[in-house]
Ligand binder design. Structure first.
Ligand code: ADP
Ligand code: ADP
Length: 228
């Protein structure tokens, strides 16, 4: 499902962010990515949805050879990979409904399909009542649930999340985690970079730890393993 083979990433300024990453994540797995700040977690995540390109190595996600994709194939690939961000990245002038329907409109889904699918995902994240509100009228937890609805609307086989609970309090973090678990229970692969020790230690899943650009630990039902 997700595979990296000897992946290296050096940024333009010479910073070596990842140094020889090889990993396989099977369809349906739930995998946390942990490690200190600056370790390379975000870079690892960004390579998976082609926000960054590797300096060297091969990356496969959901059947796409990510580093070989042509620019015009990227939108198609992103329909199969849902991405959730720490800062939500919602379109501020658009309503909740519009933020979620946007991804379906660009693929020219029928009006009926759009209405049905948006209603389904808003129901799933518990925001049916807030469909016509603007992002700034919502709490942080609600905004992140919109971000998750948007990521899910195309029924991706993989959800990639970079610190999705990083701006949220513990209760909202739990709500987000429970949503991810439900999505994962339905067979969607989840890769989640996180600093949330409570979540990692209470909901045991695979843990990949990255330090200084290398995988230093890879455990089934692992633990957070850092004090911060
Ligand atoms: P983490 O998510 O674990 O905090 P990052 O992947 O963001 O780590 O960063 C890994 C290293 O790459 C850090 O040294 C960081 O400063 C550097 N880095 C990240 N993004 C860029 C960039 N766009 N340009 C240059 N260096 C970067
Ligand atoms: P709901 O929102 O459906 O009422 P709860 O928030 O009460 O559900 O919690 C559902 C599950 O998540 C429970 O099993 C509970 O133990 C666990 N949980 C909720 N909040 C925390 C927390 N802060 N720390 C550890 N476990 C939690």
């Amino acid at each position: 499902m997700i595979e990296m083979q000897d992946v290296w990433k050096e940024y333009g300024n010479g910073v070596a962010a990842l140094s020889g990453i090889s990993v396989r994540i099977a369809q349906g797995e739930f995998c946390y990515v942990v490690g200190p700040s600056g370790a390379g977690k975000s870079t690892f995540i960004k390579l998976m949805y082609r926000e960054e390109k590797p300096t060297k190595g091969q990356i496969f996600v959901g059947g796409f050879n990510i580093e070989r994709l042509r620019e015009r194939q990227i939108p198609m690939m992103r329909r199969h990979i849902g991405v959730v961000f720490q800062d939500y990245k919602l379109l501020q002038p658009l309503t909740v409904y519009e933020n979620v329907s946007f991804a379906l409109e660009v693929i020219e889904a029928s009006r009926k399909t759009i209405q049905k699918r948006v209603a389904e995902v808003l129901e799933l994240v518990g925001l049916t009542e807030k469909a016509n509100m603007l992002p700034r009228e919502l709490s942080g937890g609600e905004q992140q649930r919109v971000g998750i609805a948007r990521a899910l609307v195309n029924k991706p086989s993989v959800i990639i999340a970079d610190e999705p609970t990083g701006n949220l309090d513990p209760d909202n973090s739990w709500t987000i985690m429970k949503l991810f678990q439900r999505v994962n229970d339905r067979g969607t692969t989840i890769v989640m970079a996180t600093h949330n020790r409570e979540l990692v230690n209470s909901v045991r899943k695979r843990v990949i730890a990255i330090e200084q650009g290398r995988i230093v630990r890879d455990q089934e039902r692992g633990e957070y393993g850092y004090e911060d």
